[in-house]
Design a protein around this ligand. Structure first.
Ligand SMILES: *Cc1c(COP(=O)(O)O)cnc(C)c1O
Length: 470
């Protein structure tokens, strides 16, 4: 009898289904415009999904940045905003939450992640120094370069192969790091820039064993480690799931242990921290804290708000406490995996294993006939929008930008389109609609041509560049 019944996705995958640990209290209507309207919209946006109007988007998978749904507790927290210019009570609540869950001593709030990157880069990088890290991130590397540094990628080779199933593709290759130290000297390394998870590699985690070994290596040379903690809660989930000895440890404990191997962190609170705006930098060294706290007043705001309203800091403090709940983070990562599992079951080329915040489509696998300098991932994102109103983001040659020395495009090995899942926003049915659209675009892949760039801004070109079809 039972084998004749339709199966749920969980049953098809041989496991019991999970469900979100929340229910919906308020809805935001969305609508799909017609195909001809979408064709017109993408043309007007110069084939750049960043330049579309949100109103013209049906399911928005551009980014998970600042797009989370806040909880009723966070919304209630907004009413507790203490909008004093100095010493807001919400700042002290935020400071307490960062100390409790991340474990760093000193906190400086900023308006968002890049504000924090700016402060830490300017405070610790000397002209001509190197910053090794586990794959670049767009804004992070740019701030390091503006501060006079040179970013060097020391991630393990497996991270550059979209089909390698390594469980911790975010790991640092310690031999690559040591070779760099030998070549340039420890005194010319500003710090190790460690990110968990690694966004550009597909949301791939760093293992606890790797950060422990990294700490030991850096201690031998007297090098500091600063963490991009933007998605460290998701990274902690992968450690709990995949690393021996962590299966019974709560996310909160894993997060704190991991951060304990680093000297400080910067944060885009718009991701893991479940708020729509905000960021912070936190360190253990008092002298560095002094510098950061002094600098924040020039660029962001007083050191007890750093560009955030009191109410925003309250929502952020509450968001941190919700972020570390085990059932929250499990459902968050499992929703991403639900979409990824569907696409893999249909043999659509995606980065493996499925990462923590997004499913990454391999544009080379879709369009082997489009050369990288005709922007295959950019075109794939445009095609997906035209098919269904699903908005994704290019993470390939356009995002990689140009080499500041030679002026040529950087040609990254990964030419990807990111389907980024907002936290607590979309349902399983939205994931099904998205997967079906990806399938339709994959089926028409042979007819698709590349693009030509007709406008290129100087910095972070992927945000504003414009294209035309060839
Ligand atoms: C988003 C992000 C940043 C930058 O933060 P913003 O809040 O967008 O300024 C830095 N690092 C990583 C890994 C990110 O995903």
């Amino acid at each position: 009898m039972s084998e004749h019944k339709p199966k749920t996705m969980g049953q098809q995958l041989g496991r019991r289904s999970w469900a979100e640990p929340w229910k919906i209290k308020m809805v935001e209507p969305i609508r799909m415009i017609s195909r001809s309207e979408r064709e017109k919209a993408i043309q007007e946006a110069g084939y750049n999904t960043f330049l579309l109007r949100s109103e013209d988007v049906y399911i928005d998978l551009l980014t998970d940045s600042g797009t989370s749904a806040m909880s009723d507790r966070q919304w209630a927290g907004l009413m507790l905003g203490d909008e004093a210019y100095a010493g807001s009570r919400n700042f002290y609540h935020l400071e307490e939450m960062v100390q409790r869950y991340y474990g760093y001593k000193y906190l400086v709030p900023t308006h968002q992640g890049r504000g924090a990157e700016h402060l830490i880069s300017q405070s610790v990088i000397k002209q001509g120094q190197y910053i090794p890290g586990n794959m670049y991130f767009t804004t992070t590397r740019l701030h390091q370069e503006i501060a006079g540094g040179t970013f060097v990628d020391v991630i393990i080779d497996e991270a550059h192969d979209p089909y390698n199933e390594h469980p911790f593709k975010g790991n640092i290759d310690l031999a690559k790091l040591e070779a760099l130290i030998d070549r340039v000297g420890a005194e010319n390394i500003a710090f190790v820039s460690l990110a968990g998870t690694v966004n550009m590699a597909g949301g791939q985690p760093v293992s606890m064993a790797n950060v422990k070994a990294l700490r030991a290596l850096c201690d031998r040379y007297g090098i500091k480690i600063y963490l991009d903690a933007t998605r460290m809660a998701e990274n902690s989930f992968f450690i709990q799931e995949r690393e021996e000895g962590y299966a019974d440890k709560p996310i909160a404990e894993i997060l704190k242990e991991f951060c304990g191997y680093t000297d400080g962190a910067w944060m885009s609170a718009k991701k893991d921290n479940l708020v729509n705006i905000g960021g912070w930098v936190a360190v253990n060294d008092e002298k560095l804290f002094d510098k950061l706290r002094n600098m924040v007043v020039i660029y962001e705001g007083l050191h007890t708000y750093g560009g955030m309203a009191g109410r925003d800091m309250e929502a952020l403090a509450i968001g941190i406490s919700e972020m570390v709940e085990d059932d929250h983070i499990a459902s968050r990562v499992n929703q991403v995996r639900y979409l990824g599992d569907l696409l893999m079951a249909w043999n659509i080329p995606v980065v493996r294993p499925i990462g923590g915040h997004a499913v990454f489509l391999d544009a080379r696998g879709f369009y082997p006939h489009i050369p990288q300098d005709q922007f295959p991932a950019q075109m794939l994102a445009a095609q997906l929008y035209v098919d269904s109103g699903v908005r994704a983001m290019e993470r390939g040659i356009v995002s990689a930008g140009r080499d500041p020395q030679t002026g040529d495009h950087r040609y990254p090995k990964l030419e990807l389109v990111r389907l980024t899942i907002s936290r607590r926003v979309y349902t399983q049915a939205h994931m099904d609609v998205t997967a079906e659209s990806v399938m339709a675009v994959y089926d028409s892949r042979q007819q698709t041509r590349g693009l030509r760039m007709v406008y290129e801004p100087e910095y972070l070109r992927f945000f504003q560049a414009r294209f035309e079809p060839l």
